[in-house]
Design a protein around this ligand. Structure first.
Ligand code: FAD
Length: 406
């Protein structure tokens, strides 16, 4: 058994883990840091996996940093070596290889795992999910060989895959259980635009469907039962969301809910252990809810808050959430959190395929969603960050640039 003395151990080399490694190096705190990665790859960018990487066979996985950067910063990388257990009393983490790491600070950045259809056996030859580099490589090969693709789930990743498959000339069907697309993430106005665009591009989007059964033939999925009708399947991609990876936290007795529960400084129920990124359930700044967000912004900004906590500067996490998605020719951008109750106002853009939806909670601008309106979106984000709320009629007047209200 190898035993190392170390100050900071990060579990998970995804966006949050890599961003924290980066922040620690910039603060001169990276020596005696260990970054533990279950995957073999160097920490890499996930968003291209459902976009350029799937479309273009020449596209490579994009690492955040080269191997030598980690070594130069004094960070020990453990690749292909998952963390198996935490001993909180001894403050040690044991890896699959048997390596034991002693920590002063343990940061869980374990991300999320793609959900699968309940009951469907794992390992079917024509069924795929998309979360990591291995999934993306496999899906790229499967897509190249398929003529017809069925995407289960009309969320962001499912729709990005559907748009990519459509651009590759495949016949694409999207099966969504909810009565509309992106029900929890987008306003009805934007969701209707997304639906109409995908349908106009030839994607068969079916809403409100129920998948009740499936038929296997050897190692393949032969058919799904959709609304009681048997639909043959050539390639099924499951885009039905992701579940926070809380295995390690659970086993260590940390409080977990819809994510590893943390306070505003991102401390778990054990103050020597932090959790950041997709796996963390954190208190909404100025609100009453606990939130778990799956976005690059959240991973990066929580890494900064974790650094502040490690440095002893208790700075509550209060970053403005923002997110983007690329679906064919549509670039969707969201900033802020949709209020439970409020009003929505549409600001037209230069063309019918470009507009923004501004959400107000009372008189406060709370959230802005845009499609193909990057300049308006940047201005709206600045308004949100500055806490400025121009009256809806002013903010939606296309004759007045939004940036004028900043
Ligand atoms: P992850 O990046 O998932 O990293 C977690 C890492 O922890 C993984 O590598 C995992 O293997 C590792 N791990 C888990 N358990 C252990 C263990 N026990 N030991 C060691 N390692 C472990 N966001 C956007 O804002 N815009 C986009 O356009 C966008 N597109 C996306 C497209 C795809 C295909 C996917 C999958 C995600 C996309 N996202 C996008 C979301 C974004 O990538 C995630 O929010 C972000 O990766 C979260 O970072 P994370 O570090 O919390 O988790």
């Amino acid at each position: 058994m190898n035993e190392h003395a170390s100050n900071i151990v990060i579990v998970g080399g995804g966006h949050a883990g890599a961003a924290l490694a980066n922040a620690l190096a910039a603060a001169g705190l990276a020596s005696r840091t260990h970054l533990v990665c279950a995957e073999n790859e160097l920490p890499y960018q996930r968003p291209p996996l459902s976009k350029a990487f799937l479309k273009n066979p020449a596209e490579a996985i994009q690492p955040h940093r080269g191997e030598s950067w980690f070594a130069d910063a004094g960070i020990t990388l453990h690749r292909g070596d998952a963390a198996l257990s935490v001993d909180r009393a001894a403050r040690t983490l044991t890896l699959r290889s048997g390596t034991v790491l002693r920590y002063e600070w343990l940061v869980l950045a374990t991300g999320a795992t793609a959900r699968t259809l309940p009951g469907l056996p794992a390992g079917l030859a024509n069924v795929a999910v998309l979360r990591g580099a291995d999934d993306a490589l496999r899906l790229r090969g499967l897509l190249a060989a398929a003529a017809r693709v069925t995407v289960l789930g009309g969320g962001f990743i499912g729709l990005e895959i559907a748009a990519t498959a459509n651009a590759l000339g495949k016949a694409v069907t999207v099966l969504e259980a909810a009565p509309r697309l992106l029900q929890r993430s987008l306003s009805p106005e934007l969701a209707a635009h997304v639906l109409a665009t995908h349908r106009a591009n030839g994607i068969d989007v079916r809403l409100g469907v129920s998948v009740s059964d499936f038929v296997l033939e050897g190692e393949r999925l032969a058919a799904l039962s959709v609304d009681g009708v048997r639909e043959p399947i050539e390639l099924l991609v499951m885009g039905i969301g992701a579940a926070p990876d809380m295995q390690l936290a659970h086993a260590a007795g940390l409080e977990c809910g819809n994510g590893i529960v943390v306070d505003a400084s991102l401390r778990t129920s054990d103050p020597a252990i932090l959790a950041i990124g997709d796996c963390a359930s954190f208190p909404e700044h100025g609100g009453t809810r606990h939130l778990r967000l799956e976005s690059v912004q959240n991973a990066n900004d929580q890494a900064r808050t974790a650094l502040a906590t490690i440095q002893g500067a208790d700075e509550p996490y209060r970053a403005l959430p923002w997110f983007w998605s690329e679906q064919g020719a549509m670039r969707l951008q969201m900033a802020g959190l949709m209020p439970g109750e409020g009003t929505r106002h549409v600001r037209p853009g230069a063309t019918p395929a470009s507009f923004s939806v501004l959400h107000y909670a009372g008189e406060r601008l709370a959230c802005v969603e845009s499609v193909n309106a990057p300049l308006d979106h940047m201005a709206a984000r600045k308004l949100l960050e500055a806490g400025k709320s121009p009256a809806p009629a002013l903010a939606c007047d296309p004759a007045v640039p939004l940036k004028q209200h900043i």
